[in-house]
Ligand binder design. Structure first.
Ligand code: RNT
Ligand code: ZN
Length: 419
């Protein structure tokens, strides 16, 4: 027995005494896919016009060397990251990562075939793909409005992009054999106080209804709508607010709400929102991110909110109803490391949640014994979950603890630094 196995034996015994099956927890985490956002690899530039400005009220800061400049580099970087992260993966693409073979193809004209090389790549790795129409960084979004624009032509253009995206996504789901999750995030909003808050919302509702009216097989694709509080340059009003999309999904069965950790007021947390939404809908999409003072999209750390989110999902026994995706972009550190750190943390938090005595805690709560509930919650925080995580990494054949960092440094030396 090596040291990891020895530590695991003892940890497993301690958890078993509390009725928790550590082997099973490891299995569940290894089977739960986390969707890796390809856009961390190139600072959300895409290949459509990589010198273009990032718009839509989001921003990447930093100029760490080595960002991926083309599909080949982005795939190589993603593969490196995935080799250091345990468990199942999906890769999340935006429309502007299409493989157009060097030709200029307008976003609204993109077709399933422009993603065939991504599909082949994913199939080679045995992973699924997720998709995002891109309603930003484009001349037709320059007014700050897309699906809720007052200009008919602008709206029609983005509706076409939305429908085309769902065709692409369904194709991905069919060809990979793994259902695609398509996320609709529209940055639409005003910098200053609007005179009409309702008009844009009614227009967005109508546009989305037209996009979702296009029939797509449920086994291949499911759609989600992402709410947001504000963006840079759209501080006073966002058409797609949380109430707007919560009401939208409640009245449109089958459409998922996307909850992004950074899209709320600083003291609001999504760990308290998941159960409210799941009380009325089948599934949700999570964008796991980390806001620092604002929607800054910092790399996900193992903080209280991440742990609370995973605790919630496990407590509701809702793992099959929550689609977990990462969404952050930090250009100030090694981008492969950014993926590895955030994804490992998401999976570690899920494992730690599965190792909690959830049933016991609920029992104490119902019995009104809040003293014991608090006592156990606190003591369980320092149970030997880390030894189970190390074992999970050993089982998955990925480096334990910070062992992955050497591989990233070597990759930086041999590959990223040459870009
Ligand atoms: C922006 C949203 C959105 C984007 C990505 C690039 O605030 O979070 O999900 O981050 O689609
Ligand atoms: Zn997001």
């Amino acid at each position: 027995m090596n040291r990891t196995e020895k530590a695991y034996e003892i940890a497993k015994e301690i958890f078993a005494e509390k009725g928790i099956d550590a082997d099973k927890a490891i299995d569940v985490v290894l089977k739960t896919p986390v969707s890796i956002h390809c856009w961390q690899g190139d600072d959300v530039r895409g290949f459509e016009n990589a010198d273009g400005e990032l718009t839509g009220g989001i921003a990447t800061t930093g100029n760490y060397p080595g960002r991926a400049r083309n599909i080949k580099e982005l795939r190589a970087d993603l593969e490196k990251a995935m080799s250091l992260i345990p468990g199942a993966h999906k890769v999340n693409l935006h429309s502007f990562y299409a493989d157009t073979d060097g030709k200029k193809v307008d976003r609204a004209d993109l077709e399933p075939k422009h993603f065939d090389s991504w599909i082949d790549w994913a199939n080679g790795l045995g992973i699924g793909l997720d998709y995002n129409p891109s309603f930003f960084s484009h001349p037709k979004s320059a007014s700050g409005f897309t699906l809720s624009s007052a200009d008919d032509a602008v709206r029609e253009y983005w509706i076409r992009h939305g429908i085309g995206s769902r065709k692409i996504a369904a194709h991905m789901g069919e060809k990979t054999g793994k259902r695609c999750v398509t996320n609709f995030w529209m940055p639409d909003g005003y910098k200053d106080t609007p005179a009409d808050r309702l008009g844009p919302r009614l227009r967005m509702k109508e546009s989305l209804d037209k996009i979702f009216a296009f029939p797509v097989k449920k086994e291949y694709n499911v759609d989600a709508v992402e709410s947001k509080l504000f963006g840079i340059g759209a501080e006073s009003y966002t058409t797609g607010s949380n109430e707007f999309f919560a009401a939208y999904v409640a009245s449109h069965p089958g459409i998922l709400l996307t909850l992004d950790v950074g899209h709320f007021h600083p003291t609001e947390v999504i760990s308290d929102k998941i159960s409210s939404i799941l009380a009325f809908t089948d599934e949700i999409l999570l964008h796991v991110s980390r806001p620092v003072r604002w929607d800054s999209d910092h790399v996900v750390t193992l903080d209280d909110e991440l742990r609370n989110i995973m605790n919630e999902i496990v407590s509701m026994d809702a793992l099959s109803r929550v689609n977990i995706a990462l969404d952050y972009f930090d250009a100030s550190i090694n981008r492969v490391a950014a993926w590895v750190i955030g994804d490992r943390n998401a999976k570690k938090a899920l494992l730690f949640a599965l190792l909690r005595p959830t049933a016991k805690l609920k029992e104490l709560e119902l019995a009104g014994d809040y003293t014991s509930r608090l006592a156990l919650m606190e003591e369980y925080k320092s149970y030997p979950s880390a030894a189970v995580w190390d074992m999970l990494c050993e089982k998955a054949g990925v480096p334990e603890r910070e062992g992955w960092l050497d591989a990233v440094k070597a990759y930086e030396r041999d590959e990223l630094s040459k870009r």
